[in-house]
Design a protein around this ligand. Structure first.
Ligand SMILES: NC(=O)c1ccc[n+]([C@@H]2O[C@H](COP(=O)([O-])OP(=O)(O)OC[C@H]3O[C@@H](n4cnc5c(N)ncnc54)[C@H](O)[C@@H]3O)[C@@H](O)[C@H]2O)c1
Length: 346
């Protein structure tokens, strides 16, 4: 079979669906159609992307025989996503679901358990893992070029006004669940399973439209000894912002440093002394989104395991859970206690 045999149906045609559709168009993937509960939004997206099927009834899209992969870009609320997973699972459709799978570990677990029970593949769209620049960093991290990695820092700071948005920023969890999840998934991919987490977070009340945390600093200790600091400060009004998708990344090893962002990277080695500027093609938006979907389809087509499976992603969602618990109780939290509390035995 070829990629063209894997027809895609999008559920939720809001803001990010534009990036998905542009990415799939660029990659020559087959989009069968889309669904959205908002009639006006549906009309606009049908016209913009020339969708041959556009429906307010997502079940109709799931049932379409040409749809084999559902791309879920509806908001990350359990009450929206779980019914779709159940319905699609019964019809054996593969599922790609936008990050965060759910901001609460118990809810994310329920979605993963449901997909597994119904025997359908579920990948989480953790597009940070598929950013061309970050993929170009990876060989230097793994091949000993910087020696043994021991510290990673990711910093994302900017001011955003989300007051006009209907749901974004309106949950009691915000920047650490909705944004830091990009970075949690990335450090999980790079460094493996985490052990303990310590977080500080807060809310600048002058940022309109946000009810939850709008800044956080999260320190993660991995089983392999690496320590990481993930900073998401979306209440920053100062000079030199580092907005998403240009957040700054540093990975330090005992023989060098990888640094940069999604558009420019550098590797400095001490043995031998060198300064390398690895080349890569593409940016986070929309190229990482094409990389995610082609990876998923190719793995499905070849019967191979894929990155960012729902089960594996619970490690990243557990970082969200651990970070909020740590900030609330002012202490370091272990992965084990977070997993046990959510009923996950691994
Ligand atoms: N970099 C990234 O990967 C990235 C960026 C932005 C958003 N996201 C994620 O994508 C998801 C959507 O975000 P967005 O910014 O596009 O939100 P949005 O509000 O712009 O779009 C969501 C759309 O889903 C529709 N919808 C709601 N319930 C539905 C249902 N039951 N069935 C069908 N459609 C339904 C809404 O009408 C809306 O058009 C979120 O989970 C968000 O975290 C990811």
């Amino acid at each position: 079979m070829s990629r063209q045999d894997w027809g895609i149906g999008l559920i939720g045609l809001g803001g990010i669906a534009n990036t998905h559709l542009q990415a799939y168009l660029n990659a020559g993937l087959k989009v069968v159609g889309g669904a959205d509960v908002d009639k006006e939004r549906l009309r606009l997206m049908k016209e913009r992307w020339e969708l041959s099927i556009a429906t307010t009834n997502w079940e109709e899209l799931v049932d379409h025989p040409d749809v084999r992969v559902l791309d879920i870009t509806a908001p990350h609320k359990k009450e929206i996503r779980l019914p779709i997973v159940e319905y699609a699972g019964l019809r054996k459709k593969a599922l790609l679901i936008q990050k965060p799978l759910c901001p609460y570990l118990k809810d994310a677990k329920e979605i993963v358990d449901t997909a597994e029970r119904l025997g359908v593949p579920l990948m989480v769209n953790q597009n940070s893992v598929f950013v061309p620049a970050f993929q170009a960093m990876e060989p230097y991290l793994r091949n000993g070029a910087i020696g043994i990695p021991y510290y990673c820092q990711i910093e994302n700071r900017n001011w955003v006004d989300v007051s006009a948005h209907s749901w974004f920023g309106k949950d009691k969890r915000w920047v650490t669940s909705d944004m830091a999840i990009h970075h949690f998934a990335l450090v999980h991919h790079w460094f493996g399973v985490w052990e303990t987490i310590y977080a500080q977070m807060g809310r600048d009340p002058s940022q309109n439209g946000v009810v939850g945390d709008n800044w956080s600093v999260v320190q993660i200790h991995f089983q392999n000894g690496v320590k990481a600091t993930v900073i998401n400060n979306w209440a920053y009004r100062g000079h030199r912002p580092k907005p998403h998708s240009r957040e700054e990344i540093i990975i330090q090893g005992d023989r060098g440093v990888i640094s940069g962002d999604s558009e420019e990277i550098c590797v400095v080695t001490t043995d031998p002394p060198a300064r390398i500027f690895p080349q890569f093609q593409g940016k986070w938006f929309p190229d990482a989104f094409a990389n995610v979907m082609t990876h998923f389809i190719d793995c499905l087509d070849q019967g191979k395991p894929f990155l960012c499976s729902g089960r594996d992603n619970l490690n990243a969602i557990a970082m969200i859970e651990g970070a909020y618990l740590s900030a609330e109780e002012g202490r370091s939290v272990t992965r084990r206690e977070v997993m046990e509390k959510a009923g996950i035995n691994d």
